[in-house]
Design a protein around this ligand. Structure first.
Ligand code: NDP
Length: 274
């Protein structure tokens, strides 16, 4: 029986460190996929308005007999909905699709620096939290200067920053900045969408432990303190990814995996997304 650790966020809310991501899960497959994840033991689901599958996530939650208090649900505000009033409306629309009264974590999906709207958007996030409709608020794909801008405006320090992070893009500088400011690091594309699973450092460690490469990469994230939510529509992978909490790597093994870093993204550069 594997146990998922919890991480305490800067507002006192606890988040399961291992969750399940649903980016690129087809809307009509989402309910069954999330039901499978819940059956395996995942209690933290990461979706977004732009994924088009919040309804399927909500249907799976409604059909499940897992108590609401044992579930942790994140969704994200899409770029075109940024701005104070449009954020409030977009939040209501996401909540209706998810069928929830209170959300666990709401994120600004991208800073879209060229649009210069994330400060007003963040003020709407603060209001939603003050109204008790979300337990924690955070950001995604924020660069150091974007986080600094929120600090300079005297606004709430985000509870998390969800960024692309995996062995080929270890984000050491941004992770240290998060730690300095009490922001938890969430790692998106934790497996680099599969691109790091054939790395020799990963396959060597996997062979030494009789484990799957995916489990090794997830165990590396967990040891570093990252919050992760690998995506899979394959039942065996949904199971084996969950079992990564049972794998402990040595300091040398962790360092060998970190040494894969080549600052290489599989997704877009936040400076360029608008
Ligand atoms: P992941 O790194 O989780 O990789 C998913 C891919 O790897 C899928 O193709 C999946 O295939 C495959 N895979 C999963 N497990 C294994 C395994 N054990 N062995 C081999 N292959 C495996 O990528 P994602 O981009 O989906 O990231 C995870 C989550 O992060 C997303 O679902 C989303 O919630 C979040 N995210 C957030 C972003 C943001 O901007 N905030 C951007 C991107 C992602 P298959 O499904 O066919 O099994």
């Amino acid at each position: 029986m594997t146990t998922v650790p919890f991480i305490e966020l800067n507002d006192g809310v606890s988040i399961p460190q291992l969750g399940f991501g649903v980016f690129q899960v087809e809307p009509d497959e989402t309910q069954a996929t999330v039901e499978k994840a819940l059956e395996v033991g995942y209690r933290h689901i990461d979706t977004a308005r732009i994924y088009g599958n919040e309804k399927g996530v909500g249907a799976a939650l409604a059909a499940s007999d897992v108590a609401r208090d044992d579930l942790f649900v994140t969704t994200k505000l899409w770029n075109s909905h940024q701005g104070y009033d449009s954020t409030l409306r977009a939040f209501d629309a996401s909540m209706e699709k998810l069928g929830l009264d209170v959300l666990d974590l709401y994120l600004i999906h991208w800073p879209t620096p060229a649009n210069d709207t994330f400060v007003d958007t963040w003020k709407a996030f603060e209001q939603i939290k003050a109204d008790g409709r979300v337990r924690s608020i955070g950001v995604s794909n924020f660069r150091m200067q974007d986080l600094q801008r929120l600090f300079d405006e005297g606004l709430t320090v985000p509870s998390v920053n969800q960024i692309e992070l995996h062995p080929a893009l270890t984000q050491d500088t941004l992770r240290a900045f998060h730690a300095e400011h009490g922001i938890a690091t969430e790692a998106w594309s934790p497996l680099a969408q599969g691109a790091v699973l054939q790395e020799k450092a990963v396959t060597d460690v996997a062979a030494a432990h009789g484990a799957e490469p995916g489990q090794v990469v997830l165990a590396w994230h967990l040891a570093l303190g990252n919050i992760v939510f690998p995506k899979s529509v394959t039942p065996e992978r949904i199971e084996s990814n969950f079992a990564s909490t049972g794998l402990t790597l040595s300091e040398d093994e962790l360092q060998a995996i970190s040494a894969i870093n080549r600052d290489e993204r599989v997704g877009p550069d936040p400076s360029e997304v608008s």
